[in-house]
Design a protein around this ligand. Structure first.
Ligand code: PAF
Length: 285
């Protein structure tokens, strides 16, 4: 596996691969990798492309009181994991390499940013799409892979690619869960064993909401109320949001007639976890 922290070096490497007729696949990450990231690698490898995985903890997407300083980091461990998984190149730039001077140009997100995590974390998605747009320009991939745990992020990036005519296929990869249903996340290591046990309420309440929907419940408000009641009754998690929204554009839904995403953000101590489930026959993004 090739490895670099420099944009110029990465570009030279990729120009050579392109001249050999290889397509390029990009997996943007913030590191501290887990099986969810390795599922992205597996999907990327299936394209036959030269697979680049980037690790960059992007300061632009963290609010002033968020966990940028404490975000877990271990590039050497990550490098071993991705090399074993068959990644062709690891790109792990420093902040100085990505942001040599203070940014004055940003990608604005618009309407998709006004709900769910966008509403709770002002500026977060502006930081995400700005860095993803930079990575897209640096790597110029044919394919880019993102996990569906960050469902809103996926929709926003897909929309940016469409709005800005970027010639990139943005590919969603399903959520990877532990045996007991907990969605994999780099932040799970911050949970105490009691909080980890309580965090199972996310997948359990999503499953229960799906069960109610399968049993014929079509009111979004009823599902949201049931989610909130179950989470509050069965855990000490503090709900940031528990909402049912249109799966394509995150607009408000009253009666569930087309695919919806049930989206949760819940805090356990200082750790904020997100999870979601898409329901509806043609549930697809
Ligand atoms: O999902 C993440 O890890 C980050 O938001 C991303 C897409 C790598 C941008 O920093």
């Amino acid at each position: 596996m090739k490895r670099t922290s420099y944009i110029s070096e990465l570009r030279e490497m990729l120009a050579l691969e392109r001249s050999r007729g290889r397509k390029i696949a990009l997996i943007p990450t913030m590191g501290y990798l887990h099986q969810g990231h390795l599922a992205l690698v597996e999907r990327a490898k299936q394209t036959g492309a030269f697979v680049v995985l980037s690790i960059f903890i992007n300061p632009l997407q963290f609010g002033p009181n968020e966990d940028y300083a404490n975000y877990p980091r271990d590039v050497e461990r990550d490098a071993h994991l991705v090399e074993a998984a068959g990644v062709d190149a690891l790109f792990h730039p420093t902040s100085e390499e990505m942001y040599p001077s203070p940014m004055v140009t940003f990608v604005e997100v618009g309407q998709l940013d006004t709900v769910l995590c966008g509403a709770k974390r002002p500026g977060h998605f502006r930081g995400v799409v700005t860095v993803v747009c930079k990575l897209f320009h640096i790597v110029q991939p044919d394919f880019a892979f993102f996990g569906q745990k960050d469902y809103q992020q996926f929709l926003i990036i897909q929309r940016m690619v469409r709005d800005l005519n970027l010639p990139i296929e943005v590919c969603p990869v399903p959520i990877v869960r532990e045996h007991d249903g907990l969605a994999l996340s780099s932040r799970n290591i911050f949970l105490t064993s009691e909080q980890r046990q309580q965090a199972l309420i996310l997948s359990q309440s999503l499953n229960e909401a799906e069960r109610l929907w399968r049993a014929g419940e079509r009111s979004a408000r009823v599902l949201e109320r049931r989610l909130r009641e179950q989470i509050t009754r069965e855990s000490q998690g503090v709900i940031d949001y528990a909402e049912v929204r249109n799966a394509q554009d995150l607009s408000e839904v009253t009666n569930i007639e087309s695919p919806v995403v049930i989206a949760l953000a819940v805090r356990f101590g200082s750790t904020r976890l997100i999870d979601n489930k898409v329901i509806g026959v043609e549930a697809r993004v």
